[in-house]
Design a binder for this molecule. Structure first.
Ligand SMILES: Cc1ncc(COP(=O)(O)O)c(C=O)c1O
Length: 371
């Protein structure tokens, strides 16, 4: 773990670079907006911790009424449980004795839930739960259009639910119906249509499970791009958005309908100009190892005529337009990551700033939790 790039009370201009920085005012408005919107509709909020990997942020979400936290990996969940979070849903299929034993061990101190999309995966989870003397809640993951994990909706999902309830040590919590591919559809109409289909598949599957005499209390899913549709569906009981706390350049490209909420950009990488060899080019100290580039390069925030155009391992090239002021050595650029989750995973610390001062340093405790 690297030394923190700042201390509480430091001037923002003194943060060592490159650093992952959160504007706390914008961040808190994002937290409040989502918490109030879910509460107002009577739908539970279980934000996704894969976006921030940070127990302090999870705690802030719980204080605003979240029922628990989603994680994508057992290691991520372990970091949250070790920090005192008492309700985690691993929104993933977990295969293999070693990982299942870790999952079951967490259930001794926390409520733990996990996904299944195959009858063949169920005995292993049951064995791990019974060996640890715990109960593990299980949700049937159905494919509602993302074509990632997920059993087909309807009868195939009912067969998985039946196998779960027959297995000692396990209980069926409901269905997981997350439509990842819908989140970044650019128009509100496209997202609305994709989620209308997901809602109908989730509704049909819940009804089929209940018709088989099995209670199906929870239908969970949704992300930052579509959550209003799942919230208003009358079918989903729980929302699991993650990126809304930070936002990123990719999510900023989603067009919003007039009634849709706008989350603010709160996450930045602050980088410094370390070379300005010619007027039209400056080099910052944040390159491929400082950002995830899967959704394109970062945007230069609040500066006109400067664009981040190229990266190598440790360098970022800033193109300067002829009428823009030339960057000087030591200038700080606030850069908006293309994709927030994998960018956060590159840093040990989140620097929380309010106005011109550093207020807090939060460890990215689940950084690198790949298993
Ligand atoms: C299962 C699941 N739920 C929720 C989310 C949250 O999505 P977002 O960060 O886009 O809000 C993700 C993100 O990939 C996910 O995989």
């Amino acid at each position: 773990m690297q030394a923190p790039p700042a201390r509480p009370g430091d001037a923002v201009g003194d943060i060592d670079t490159p650093a992952l920085v959160v504007d706390l005012d914008a961040f808190e408005r994002n937290l409040d907006l989502m918490a109030n919107a879910a509460r107002g509709a009577g739908v539970a909020l279980r934000p996704h911790g894969k976006a921030h990997k940070c127990p302090e942020i999870a705690q802030a979400q719980l204080e605003r009424g979240a029922v628990g936290i989603c994680c994508q990996k057992v290691g991520e969940a372990e970091a949250f449980v070790a920090a005192g979070i008492r309700d985690v849903l691993v929104t993933n299929e977990i295969i293999g004795g070693a990982k299942l034993a870790r999952l079951a061990a967490m259930a001794k101190t926390a409520t733990v839930a996990v996904l299944v999309d195959d009858v063949a995966a169920i005995p292993g989870i049951g064995v791990a739960a019974r060996a640890a003397g715990v109960n593990i809640a299980v949700l049937v993951e159905i494919n509602v259009g993302a074509n990632r994990c997920g059993v087909a909706p309807g009868a195939p999902a009912v067969a998985v639910a039946q196998a779960i309830v027959r297995t000692p040590g396990l209980s069926l919590r409901g269905i997981h119906a997350y439509h990842g591919a819908a989140q970044h559809l650019r128009t509100p109409e496209e997202r609305r249509a994709a989620i209308a289909r997901a809602v109908s598949l989730a509704h049909e599957t819940k009804a089929a499970i209940e018709a088989a005499g099995i209670p199906c209390p929870t239908v969970t899913g949704a992300g930052t791009g579509t959550w209003q549709h799942e919230r208003d569906s009358g079918v989903y009981t729980e929302l699991q958005p993650g990126s809304y706390v930070f936002m990123d350049a990719d999510y900023q490209k989603n067009a919003l309908a007039p009634d849709q909420h706008h989350f603010e950009q709160s996450l930045f990488v602050v980088a410094a100009v370390m070379s300005a060899p010619v007027r039209e080019r400056a080099i910052v100290d944040a390159g491929l190892k400082a950002f995830a580039f899967d959704s394109g390069p970062p945007l230069v925030y609040g500066a006109h005529g400067w664009a981040y155009v190229k990266a190598s391992d440790e360098h970022g090239v800033i193109a300067v337009e002829p009428d823009a002021p030339p960057p000087r050595l030591g200038d700080r650029l606030w850069l908006v990551p293309g994709h927030c989750d994998p960018t956060v995973n590159l840093y040990d610390w989140i620097v929380g700033v309010r106005g011109a001062r550093v207020e807090c340093l939060w460890p990215v405790a689940a950084r690198g939790a790949l298993g």
